[in-house]
Design a protein around this ligand. Structure first.
Ligand SMILES: Cc1ncc(COP(=O)(O)O)c(C=O)c1O
Length: 429
Protein backbone atom coordinates (compact mmCIF):
# COMPACT_ATOMS: atom_id res chain seq x y z
CA UNK A 1 0.00 0.00 0.00
CA UNK A 2 0.97 3.64 -0.43
CA UNK A 3 2.75 5.10 2.58
CA UNK A 4 0.75 7.21 5.02
CA UNK A 5 2.25 10.55 5.83
CA UNK A 6 1.47 10.78 9.54
CA UNK A 7 3.08 14.23 9.78
CA UNK A 8 0.27 15.82 7.77
CA UNK A 9 -2.49 17.07 10.07
CA UNK A 10 -4.00 20.12 8.34
CA UNK A 11 -6.59 19.43 5.62
CA UNK A 12 -4.81 18.84 2.33
CA UNK A 13 -5.88 20.36 -0.95
CA UNK A 14 -8.26 22.84 -2.52
CA UNK A 15 -11.43 21.51 -0.92
CA UNK A 16 -12.37 19.22 1.93
CA UNK A 17 -14.74 17.30 -0.34
CA UNK A 18 -14.27 13.55 0.00
CA UNK A 19 -12.85 11.63 -2.96
CA UNK A 20 -16.27 10.08 -3.65
CA UNK A 21 -17.71 13.55 -4.33
CA UNK A 22 -14.88 14.34 -6.72
CA UNK A 23 -15.44 11.09 -8.65
CA UNK A 24 -19.15 11.91 -8.75
CA UNK A 25 -18.53 15.44 -10.05
CA UNK A 26 -16.24 14.16 -12.79
CA UNK A 27 -18.62 11.39 -13.73
CA UNK A 28 -21.67 13.63 -13.95
CA UNK A 29 -20.37 17.03 -14.99
CA UNK A 30 -17.18 16.34 -16.93
CA UNK A 31 -16.51 14.98 -20.40
CA UNK A 32 -15.14 11.47 -20.13
CA UNK A 33 -12.20 12.16 -22.42
CA UNK A 34 -9.63 10.73 -20.03
CA UNK A 35 -9.70 7.24 -18.55
CA UNK A 36 -8.57 8.30 -15.08
CA UNK A 37 -6.99 6.05 -12.49
CA UNK A 38 -8.32 6.04 -8.93
CA UNK A 39 -6.31 8.77 -7.28
CA UNK A 40 -7.46 12.25 -6.31
CA UNK A 41 -4.35 14.36 -5.90
CA UNK A 42 -4.65 17.11 -3.29
CA UNK A 43 -1.06 18.28 -3.16
CA UNK A 44 2.03 18.02 -5.38
CA UNK A 45 5.55 18.82 -4.30
CA UNK A 46 8.79 17.87 -6.07
CA UNK A 47 8.38 14.25 -7.19
CA UNK A 48 5.56 13.45 -4.78
CA UNK A 49 1.77 13.57 -4.92
CA UNK A 50 -0.44 13.40 -1.84
CA UNK A 51 -4.06 12.31 -1.46
CA UNK A 52 -6.58 13.39 1.16
CA UNK A 53 -5.51 10.73 3.64
CA UNK A 54 -1.92 11.88 3.45
CA UNK A 55 -0.83 8.90 1.37
CA UNK A 56 2.07 9.81 -0.89
CA UNK A 57 2.77 8.60 -4.43
CA UNK A 58 5.96 8.89 -6.43
CA UNK A 59 5.12 10.68 -9.68
CA UNK A 60 6.57 8.69 -12.52
CA UNK A 61 4.71 10.70 -15.12
CA UNK A 62 5.53 14.35 -14.35
CA UNK A 63 2.46 15.39 -16.35
CA UNK A 64 4.04 14.00 -19.55
CA UNK A 65 7.18 16.12 -18.96
CA UNK A 66 5.41 19.33 -17.89
CA UNK A 67 6.79 18.99 -14.36
CA UNK A 68 10.45 18.40 -15.26
CA UNK A 69 11.51 20.86 -12.53
CA UNK A 70 9.39 19.02 -9.94
CA UNK A 71 5.95 20.14 -8.82
CA UNK A 72 5.73 23.62 -7.33
CA UNK A 73 9.40 24.36 -7.67
CA UNK A 74 9.92 27.09 -5.03
CA UNK A 75 11.65 29.47 -7.46
CA UNK A 76 8.84 29.27 -10.00
CA UNK A 77 6.22 29.60 -7.25
CA UNK A 78 8.03 32.64 -5.79
CA UNK A 79 8.22 34.32 -9.18
CA UNK A 80 4.47 33.88 -9.64
CA UNK A 81 3.63 35.03 -6.12
CA UNK A 82 5.74 38.17 -6.68
CA UNK A 83 3.98 38.83 -9.99
CA UNK A 84 0.56 38.53 -8.35
CA UNK A 85 1.51 40.64 -5.33
CA UNK A 86 3.07 43.34 -7.47
CA UNK A 87 0.43 43.49 -10.20
CA UNK A 88 2.54 42.64 -13.22
CA UNK A 89 1.13 39.25 -14.12
CA UNK A 90 -2.32 39.76 -15.57
CA UNK A 91 -3.24 39.42 -19.20
CA UNK A 92 -2.47 42.70 -20.99
CA UNK A 93 -3.68 43.60 -24.46
CA UNK A 94 -1.29 42.37 -27.10
CA UNK A 95 -1.17 45.85 -28.66
CA UNK A 96 1.44 46.94 -26.09
CA UNK A 97 4.81 45.56 -24.97
CA UNK A 98 5.30 43.73 -21.65
CA UNK A 99 8.70 43.24 -20.10
CA UNK A 100 8.30 39.62 -18.99
CA UNK A 101 7.46 38.67 -22.59
CA UNK A 102 10.54 40.45 -23.94
CA UNK A 103 12.76 38.73 -21.38
CA UNK A 104 11.24 35.32 -22.17
CA UNK A 105 11.57 35.75 -25.96
CA UNK A 106 15.27 36.62 -25.68
CA UNK A 107 15.95 33.81 -23.20
CA UNK A 108 14.30 31.18 -25.41
CA UNK A 109 15.67 32.46 -28.74
CA UNK A 110 19.22 32.48 -27.44
CA UNK A 111 19.21 29.21 -25.51
CA UNK A 112 18.66 27.28 -28.76
CA UNK A 113 21.49 26.95 -31.30
CA UNK A 114 21.02 28.81 -34.59
CA UNK A 115 18.11 27.03 -36.24
CA UNK A 116 18.07 26.47 -40.01
CA UNK A 117 21.49 27.97 -40.73
CA UNK A 118 20.85 27.72 -44.49
CA UNK A 119 18.30 30.51 -44.01
CA UNK A 120 20.89 32.84 -42.49
CA UNK A 121 22.61 33.37 -39.15
CA UNK A 122 20.64 36.28 -37.73
CA UNK A 123 19.43 34.27 -34.75
CA UNK A 124 16.12 32.65 -33.84
CA UNK A 125 12.70 34.17 -33.24
CA UNK A 126 9.92 32.91 -30.99
CA UNK A 127 6.13 32.87 -31.40
CA UNK A 128 4.37 32.08 -28.10
CA UNK A 129 1.09 30.22 -27.57
CA UNK A 130 -0.62 28.31 -24.74
CA UNK A 131 -0.95 24.54 -25.18
CA UNK A 132 1.59 22.60 -27.23
CA UNK A 133 -0.80 21.74 -30.04
CA UNK A 134 -1.22 25.43 -30.87
CA UNK A 135 2.50 25.79 -31.48
CA UNK A 136 2.52 22.67 -33.65
CA UNK A 137 -0.20 24.20 -35.81
CA UNK A 138 1.75 27.47 -35.96
CA UNK A 139 4.78 25.56 -37.27
CA UNK A 140 2.57 23.92 -39.88
CA UNK A 141 1.42 27.39 -41.00
CA UNK A 142 5.04 28.48 -41.34
CA UNK A 143 6.05 25.44 -43.40
CA UNK A 144 3.02 25.71 -45.67
CA UNK A 145 3.62 29.40 -46.26
CA UNK A 146 7.27 28.71 -47.05
CA UNK A 147 6.14 26.18 -49.66
CA UNK A 148 3.72 28.67 -51.19
CA UNK A 149 5.86 31.78 -51.05
CA UNK A 150 9.38 30.44 -51.62
CA UNK A 151 8.87 27.20 -53.53
CA UNK A 152 5.94 28.32 -55.66
CA UNK A 153 3.64 25.48 -54.57
CA UNK A 154 -0.01 26.23 -55.40
CA UNK A 155 -1.76 27.34 -52.20
CA UNK A 156 -3.80 24.39 -50.89
CA UNK A 157 -1.49 21.79 -52.42
CA UNK A 158 1.31 21.97 -49.83
CA UNK A 159 2.27 18.64 -48.27
CA UNK A 160 4.06 17.84 -45.03
CA UNK A 161 5.66 14.49 -44.21
CA UNK A 162 4.85 13.11 -40.74
CA UNK A 163 5.46 9.70 -39.14
CA UNK A 164 3.57 6.60 -38.08
CA UNK A 165 2.48 6.64 -34.41
CA UNK A 166 3.01 10.42 -34.31
CA UNK A 167 1.45 12.48 -31.55
CA UNK A 168 1.30 16.24 -31.90
CA UNK A 169 -1.87 17.08 -29.97
CA UNK A 170 -5.60 16.87 -30.27
CA UNK A 171 -6.96 19.64 -32.49
CA UNK A 172 -8.45 18.94 -35.90
CA UNK A 173 -5.32 19.38 -38.00
CA UNK A 174 -3.05 17.37 -35.72
CA UNK A 175 -5.49 14.48 -35.35
CA UNK A 176 -6.07 14.57 -39.10
CA UNK A 177 -2.56 13.27 -39.71
CA UNK A 178 -2.47 10.93 -36.75
CA UNK A 179 -2.04 7.29 -37.74
CA UNK A 180 -4.00 6.20 -34.65
CA UNK A 181 -7.60 5.75 -35.74
CA UNK A 182 -9.25 6.33 -32.35
CA UNK A 183 -7.85 9.88 -32.28
CA UNK A 184 -9.68 10.90 -35.45
CA UNK A 185 -12.51 8.51 -36.37
CA UNK A 186 -15.72 10.41 -37.08
CA UNK A 187 -14.16 13.85 -36.69
CA UNK A 188 -14.02 14.58 -40.41
CA UNK A 189 -13.69 16.43 -42.66
CA UNK A 190 -10.03 16.06 -41.78
CA UNK A 191 -7.30 18.49 -42.77
CA UNK A 192 -5.55 17.34 -45.96
CA UNK A 193 -1.90 17.84 -46.87
CA UNK A 194 -0.07 15.23 -44.78
CA UNK A 195 1.56 11.91 -45.64
CA UNK A 196 3.06 9.49 -43.14
CA UNK A 197 6.26 7.43 -43.28
CA UNK A 198 7.35 4.69 -40.88
CA UNK A 199 9.37 6.24 -38.01
CA UNK A 200 13.05 5.79 -38.80
CA UNK A 201 12.64 4.78 -42.47
CA UNK A 202 14.64 7.26 -44.54
CA UNK A 203 13.96 5.57 -47.87
CA UNK A 204 10.21 5.82 -47.25
CA UNK A 205 10.57 9.52 -46.46
CA UNK A 206 12.50 10.15 -49.65
CA UNK A 207 9.86 8.32 -51.72
CA UNK A 208 7.14 10.60 -50.32
CA UNK A 209 8.88 13.80 -51.41
CA UNK A 210 7.30 15.43 -54.46
CA UNK A 211 6.97 18.91 -55.95
CA UNK A 212 4.35 19.88 -53.33
CA UNK A 213 6.32 18.81 -50.28
CA UNK A 214 7.17 21.77 -48.07
CA UNK A 215 8.19 20.26 -44.73
CA UNK A 216 8.91 17.35 -42.42
CA UNK A 217 7.43 17.25 -38.91
CA UNK A 218 8.83 14.75 -36.42
CA UNK A 219 9.20 14.03 -32.71
CA UNK A 220 12.98 13.44 -32.26
CA UNK A 221 11.88 10.71 -29.83
CA UNK A 222 8.29 9.51 -29.76
CA UNK A 223 6.55 9.85 -26.38
CA UNK A 224 2.89 8.91 -26.84
CA UNK A 225 3.67 6.47 -29.65
CA UNK A 226 5.43 3.98 -27.32
CA UNK A 227 8.66 5.72 -26.23
CA UNK A 228 10.77 5.19 -29.36
CA UNK A 229 14.26 6.43 -30.20
CA UNK A 230 14.95 6.81 -33.95
CA UNK A 231 17.79 4.81 -35.50
CA UNK A 232 21.23 6.44 -35.05
CA UNK A 233 21.77 9.22 -37.56
CA UNK A 234 18.14 9.39 -38.69
CA UNK A 235 17.62 13.03 -37.70
CA UNK A 236 20.87 13.98 -39.39
CA UNK A 237 19.74 12.23 -42.57
CA UNK A 238 16.42 14.08 -42.43
CA UNK A 239 18.41 17.29 -42.16
CA UNK A 240 20.29 16.35 -45.33
CA UNK A 241 17.06 15.47 -47.16
CA UNK A 242 15.46 18.75 -46.09
CA UNK A 243 18.47 20.68 -47.41
CA UNK A 244 18.53 18.72 -50.66
CA UNK A 245 14.81 19.20 -51.37
CA UNK A 246 14.39 22.64 -49.78
CA UNK A 247 12.00 21.52 -47.01
CA UNK A 248 11.33 23.06 -43.61
CA UNK A 249 12.47 20.57 -40.95
CA UNK A 250 10.38 20.82 -37.76
CA UNK A 251 11.15 19.03 -34.50
CA UNK A 252 8.37 18.72 -31.94
CA UNK A 253 10.26 18.64 -28.62
CA UNK A 254 7.20 19.41 -26.49
CA UNK A 255 7.61 16.17 -24.52
CA UNK A 256 11.28 15.27 -25.00
CA UNK A 257 12.92 18.71 -24.88
CA UNK A 258 14.21 20.76 -21.94
CA UNK A 259 16.34 18.07 -20.35
CA UNK A 260 13.99 15.10 -20.41
CA UNK A 261 16.32 12.83 -22.39
CA UNK A 262 19.62 13.90 -20.81
CA UNK A 263 20.31 16.69 -23.31
CA UNK A 264 18.69 20.13 -23.34
CA UNK A 265 17.09 19.14 -26.67
CA UNK A 266 16.59 15.56 -27.81
CA UNK A 267 18.03 16.27 -31.29
CA UNK A 268 21.40 17.07 -29.64
CA UNK A 269 21.98 13.32 -29.22
CA UNK A 270 22.92 13.47 -32.92
CA UNK A 271 25.16 16.52 -32.61
CA UNK A 272 25.30 19.75 -34.61
CA UNK A 273 24.40 18.17 -37.94
CA UNK A 274 20.83 17.46 -36.84
CA UNK A 275 19.71 21.01 -36.11
CA UNK A 276 16.17 21.66 -37.40
CA UNK A 277 14.75 24.83 -38.95
CA UNK A 278 11.93 24.99 -36.41
CA UNK A 279 11.64 23.64 -32.88
CA UNK A 280 8.44 23.44 -30.86
CA UNK A 281 8.56 23.50 -27.05
CA UNK A 282 5.88 23.46 -24.37
CA UNK A 283 5.09 21.70 -21.11
CA UNK A 284 8.21 22.16 -18.91
CA UNK A 285 9.02 25.54 -20.45
CA UNK A 286 6.83 27.12 -17.76
CA UNK A 287 7.60 24.67 -14.95
CA UNK A 288 4.21 22.98 -14.84
CA UNK A 289 2.38 25.96 -13.38
CA UNK A 290 0.99 28.01 -16.28
CA UNK A 291 0.54 26.82 -19.86
CA UNK A 292 3.00 28.18 -22.38
CA UNK A 293 4.27 26.80 -25.66
CA UNK A 294 6.55 28.28 -28.28
CA UNK A 295 7.33 27.79 -31.94
CA UNK A 296 10.94 28.87 -32.51
CA UNK A 297 12.36 29.33 -36.00
CA UNK A 298 15.30 30.82 -37.83
CA UNK A 299 14.52 34.55 -37.74
CA UNK A 300 14.36 34.84 -41.55
CA UNK A 301 11.76 32.11 -41.71
CA UNK A 302 9.72 33.64 -38.91
CA UNK A 303 9.76 37.07 -40.53
CA UNK A 304 8.85 35.57 -43.90
CA UNK A 305 5.69 33.92 -42.51
CA UNK A 306 4.36 36.20 -39.77
CA UNK A 307 3.49 39.87 -39.61
CA UNK A 308 0.62 41.68 -37.83
CA UNK A 309 -2.66 39.93 -38.45
CA UNK A 310 -1.10 36.59 -39.46
CA UNK A 311 -1.24 35.01 -36.02
CA UNK A 312 -2.09 35.76 -32.41
CA UNK A 313 -3.53 34.49 -29.15
CA UNK A 314 -5.07 36.41 -26.24
CA UNK A 315 -3.23 34.47 -23.57
CA UNK A 316 -0.30 33.22 -25.68
CA UNK A 317 2.84 34.46 -23.94
CA UNK A 318 0.91 36.59 -21.44
CA UNK A 319 2.96 38.09 -18.58
CA UNK A 320 2.14 35.44 -15.96
CA UNK A 321 3.14 32.59 -18.29
CA UNK A 322 6.36 34.42 -19.15
CA UNK A 323 7.16 35.04 -15.48
CA UNK A 324 6.79 31.29 -14.90
CA UNK A 325 8.85 30.44 -17.99
CA UNK A 326 11.70 32.79 -17.12
CA UNK A 327 11.99 31.20 -13.68
CA UNK A 328 11.43 27.65 -14.97
CA UNK A 329 14.16 27.90 -17.63
CA UNK A 330 16.58 29.37 -15.07
CA UNK A 331 15.89 26.39 -12.79
CA UNK A 332 16.76 23.94 -15.58
CA UNK A 333 20.05 25.74 -16.23
CA UNK A 334 21.05 26.74 -12.68
CA UNK A 335 20.30 23.33 -11.19
CA UNK A 336 21.84 21.49 -14.14
CA UNK A 337 18.71 19.41 -14.58
CA UNK A 338 19.99 18.32 -17.98
CA UNK A 339 23.09 16.74 -16.44
CA UNK A 340 20.97 15.35 -13.65
CA UNK A 341 18.59 13.75 -16.14
CA UNK A 342 21.56 12.10 -17.90
CA UNK A 343 23.19 10.79 -14.70
CA UNK A 344 20.08 9.76 -12.79
CA UNK A 345 18.52 8.40 -15.98
CA UNK A 346 21.54 6.16 -16.62
CA UNK A 347 21.40 4.85 -13.04
CA UNK A 348 17.66 4.25 -13.18
CA UNK A 349 17.77 2.60 -16.60
CA UNK A 350 20.54 0.20 -15.49
CA UNK A 351 18.46 -0.80 -12.46
CA UNK A 352 15.32 -1.23 -14.56
CA UNK A 353 17.27 -3.36 -17.05
CA UNK A 354 18.37 -5.54 -14.15
CA UNK A 355 14.74 -5.97 -13.03
CA UNK A 356 13.73 -6.66 -16.64
CA UNK A 357 16.38 -9.35 -16.99
CA UNK A 358 14.74 -11.20 -14.10
CA UNK A 359 11.14 -10.62 -15.16
CA UNK A 360 9.12 -12.78 -17.52
CA UNK A 361 6.77 -9.86 -18.20
CA UNK A 362 9.18 -7.43 -19.87
CA UNK A 363 9.77 -7.42 -23.62
CA UNK A 364 12.16 -4.46 -23.86
CA UNK A 365 13.51 -1.49 -21.95
CA UNK A 366 14.39 1.57 -24.04
CA UNK A 367 15.04 5.23 -23.45
CA UNK A 368 17.50 7.99 -22.80
CA UNK A 369 17.93 10.17 -19.73
CA UNK A 370 14.74 10.13 -17.68
CA UNK A 371 12.65 9.11 -20.66
CA UNK A 372 12.42 5.35 -20.22
CA UNK A 373 9.86 2.89 -21.55
CA UNK A 374 9.28 -0.65 -20.31
CA UNK A 375 7.43 -2.59 -23.01
CA UNK A 376 5.53 -5.54 -21.55
CA UNK A 377 4.87 -8.89 -23.16
CA UNK A 378 1.10 -8.96 -22.62
CA UNK A 379 0.67 -5.56 -24.33
CA UNK A 380 -1.25 -4.21 -21.32
CA UNK A 381 1.00 -1.77 -19.49
CA UNK A 382 -1.92 -0.38 -17.46
CA UNK A 383 -2.26 -3.77 -15.75
CA UNK A 384 1.13 -3.09 -14.12
CA UNK A 385 0.48 0.64 -13.66
CA UNK A 386 -2.60 -0.12 -11.55
CA UNK A 387 -0.46 -2.37 -9.33
CA UNK A 388 2.19 0.34 -9.13
CA UNK A 389 -0.46 2.78 -7.91
CA UNK A 390 -1.42 0.36 -5.12
CA UNK A 391 2.25 0.44 -4.18
CA UNK A 392 2.60 4.21 -4.12
CA UNK A 393 3.76 5.00 -7.68
CA UNK A 394 1.82 6.91 -10.33
CA UNK A 395 2.67 5.71 -13.82
CA UNK A 396 0.71 5.19 -17.02
CA UNK A 397 1.10 3.51 -20.36
CA UNK A 398 2.42 4.78 -23.65
CA UNK A 399 0.63 3.28 -26.66
CA UNK A 400 -0.92 0.56 -24.51
CA UNK A 401 2.11 -1.71 -24.39
CA UNK A 402 4.76 0.37 -22.63
CA UNK A 403 5.07 1.58 -19.03
CA UNK A 404 6.23 5.18 -19.15
CA UNK A 405 8.95 6.11 -16.69
CA UNK A 406 9.40 9.87 -16.89
CA UNK A 407 9.62 11.32 -13.37
CA UNK A 408 10.56 14.91 -12.53
CA UNK A 409 14.26 15.49 -13.22
CA UNK A 410 14.88 16.41 -9.57
CA UNK A 411 14.48 12.87 -8.27
CA UNK A 412 17.02 11.61 -5.74
CA UNK A 413 18.91 8.34 -5.29
CA UNK A 414 16.41 7.41 -2.56
CA UNK A 415 13.55 8.03 -5.03
CA UNK A 416 15.23 5.70 -7.53
CA UNK A 417 15.49 2.97 -4.88
CA UNK A 418 11.83 3.49 -3.91
CA UNK A 419 10.71 3.22 -7.53
CA UNK A 420 12.89 0.24 -8.42
CA UNK A 421 11.72 -1.65 -5.34
CA UNK A 422 8.10 -1.21 -6.51
CA UNK A 423 8.89 -2.11 -10.11
CA UNK A 424 10.61 -5.24 -8.86
CA UNK A 425 7.55 -6.17 -6.81
CA UNK A 426 5.15 -5.63 -9.68
CA UNK A 427 7.24 -7.03 -12.54
CA UNK A 428 8.79 -9.98 -10.72
CA UNK A 429 6.42 -10.58 -7.79
C1 LIG B 1 5.14 15.52 -28.79
C2 LIG B 1 3.89 16.26 -28.39
N1 LIG B 1 3.42 17.22 -29.18
C3 LIG B 1 2.32 17.91 -28.86
C4 LIG B 1 1.63 17.66 -27.70
C5 LIG B 1 0.39 18.45 -27.37
O1 LIG B 1 0.63 19.32 -26.32
P1 LIG B 1 -0.60 19.92 -25.50
O2 LIG B 1 -1.28 18.76 -24.83
O3 LIG B 1 0.01 20.88 -24.53
O4 LIG B 1 -1.49 20.59 -26.50
C6 LIG B 1 2.09 16.66 -26.84
C7 LIG B 1 1.36 16.34 -25.60
O5 LIG B 1 1.56 15.34 -24.95
C8 LIG B 1 3.25 15.93 -27.18
O6 LIG B 1 3.74 14.96 -26.40
Amino acid sequence: MAETNTMTKAPIGFSALPDADIYHAEQNFGAHHYGRIDLVVRKAEGCWLTNQDGNTYFDCLAAYSAANQGHHHPKVVQALVDALNNNYGSVISNVVYTDSLGVMLKKVATMIPQLGPRFGAKGNKVLPKNGGVESVETAIKLARFYGYKKKGITDGKQEIIVFDRNFHGRMITTVSFSTTNKYKEGFGPLTPGFVAAPYGDLEAVEKLINKNTCGILIEPMQGEGGMWIPPDGFLKQLRQLADKHDLVLMFDEIQVGLGRTGKMFAFEHEGDDAIPDVIILGKAISGGLIPLSVMVANSELMDMAFWPGRDGSTYGGYPMACVAANAAIDVIVDEDLVGRSATMGAKLKAKIEDVASRSKHVKEVRGRGLFIGIEVNNGDAMHYCRQLLENGVLANDSYGHTIRISPPLVLTDADIDYLVERLEKVLIG
